[in-house]
Design a protein around this ligand. Structure first.
Ligand SMILES: [Zn+2]
Length: 164
């Protein structure tokens, strides 16, 4: 494909694609190419160099150094590293609110036992101490051991903004 800039006898210029220069000759001589402005079929190549497909990219316009920061700031594509973003649906907002509620309920009504959680949970499981709600920390190994012993516990819900 080859792009020619054509001009009609009324002086309008327009671009038109042709399979090759022979196709251009054939179509123009057969009056198949008309000016999109005045419909004149008397067209010929304008006095411009033809541009080949794939080389349409224009040479970058040099921007004076003083204008560069303003130009960059106004162009979204030129902005810095992309930040993680999310669209939160109403259902997710609701879920998040429920998680927060659950977490608040747990932390308010349960005893914080910290790293003694596995020990305390085990004591309760084996009836050494009375059952109560507790929360604390357990490593993944400890969590696995508790699970293997059939001790039921749940990870405390973590809210997205608390992960840092
Ligand atoms: Zn015209």
């Amino acid at each position: 494909m080859i792009l020619y800039t054509l001009a009609c006898d009324n002086g309008h210029t327009f671009d038109s694609w042709f399979a090759n220069s022979a196709a251009y000759d054939k179509q123009v001589k057969g009056s198949l190419v008309t000016c999109p402005v005045c419909n004149s079929a008397k067209v010929e190549k304008a006095l411009m160099a033809p541009r080949l497909s794939g080389t349409k990219k224009r040479a970058p316009v040099p921007i004076p150094a003083t204008d560069a920061p303003a130009a960059a700031a106004s162009t979204p594509a030129a902005s810095a590293t992309p930040a993680p973003v999310a669209m939160v649906s109403p259902q997710e907002r609701e879920l998040r609110a429920k998680l927060k509620e659950l977490r608040e309920h747990l932390t308010k009504n349960a005893d914080y036992v910290g790293q003694k959680f596995p020990e305390e949970a085990r004591k309760m499981h084996y009836g050494e101490i009375e059952h109560r709600s507790i929360y604390g920390e357990a490593s993944s190994d400890q969590a696995k051991e508790l699970h293997d012993e059939g001790i039921e516990f749940h990870p405390l819900p973590v809210l997205p903004d608390e992960r840092n």
